[in-house]
Design a protein around this ligand. Structure first.
Ligand code: MN
Length: 235
């Protein structure tokens, strides 16, 4: 029996649209794509054995349905014994385009959130060493917890907010957005030279130093001070 949606007929029920709550409303932000930025804080680049001064920004992706809502549960994934948190400022796009200028990039931002780029670090290390793609180290089920999105109309554009990660109440990551090697507009400009950005895209902007492993039962609290916070439990 066929399934209908948007005037099309499908052979299967179409999957639900992944979404993230919009803070202070009963509305949701539909997630089209999730882009992530690698090594965008100097201290973290150094802790991963890279030189932060010599590299253009680089990007990878997670599936849109990897989002986990604030208050949610992240099942400890298969294929790892070194499952890491990475707290990151997240940019939510309400517009887009290709080859954006910095002004156009800024104008395309719908709002901001805080997210976790959950990473199977042991797989990532192995893939890096073998020159293989990172995808299965980064883009797996439940790998993109994300707080409610705060519209720019409420929070403006955070430029020097503090970003923190507590694991079981202990402070593990503590930095400022101003420490980003590539600013948010710079990232969006650069990314828009590779792909056409569109409304519904999320961009995880990179993590500061202090990444670490979690175990079953851990509680993670990520925050961008004055903007957003995200609480998840590892199951
Ligand atoms: Mn990351």
């Amino acid at each position: 029996m066929p399934f209908s949606a948007n005037d099309s007929v499908y052979v299967l029920p179409p999957p639900a649209m992944p979404s993230v709550a919009v803070a202070g409303t009963r509305q949701y932000f539909p997630v089209r794509r999730i882009y992530c930025v690698g090594r965008n804080y100097a201290e973290h680049a150094r802790e991963m054995g890279a030189d932060p001064t010599r590299e253009a920004p680089f990007f990878f992706m997670k599936p849109a349905d990897a989002v986990v809502a604030d208050g949610g549960v992240v099942p400890y994934p298969a294929q790892t014994t070194d499952f890491h948190f990475e707290a990151e400022l997240v940019v939510a796009l309400g517009g887009g385009g290709s080859n954006l200028s910095a002004e156009q990039a800024k104008a395309a931002i719908f709002g901001y959130a805080v997210g976790l780029d959950m990473t199977r670090r042991d797989l990532q290390a192995g893939f890096k060493k073998a020159g293989k793609p990172w995808d299965m180290a980064k883009g797996f089920d439940h790998s993109a917890p994300c707080s409610a999105i705060v519209p720019v109309t409420q929070c403006g554009h955070p430029e020097d907010a503090r970003i923190t990660l507590h694991c079981n109440g202990e402070l593990k990551q503590d930095a400022r957005i101003s420490d980003l090697i590539w600013s948010v507009p710079e990232l969006l400009v650069n990314l828009s030279h590779f792909v056409r950005l569109q409304a519904g895209d999320l961009v995880f902007t990179g993590t500061p130093a202090g990444v670490g492993a979690v175990v079953h039962g851990d509680h993670l609290l990520a925050a961008v001070e004055g903007i957003a916070q995200l609480s998840v439990r590892i199951d």
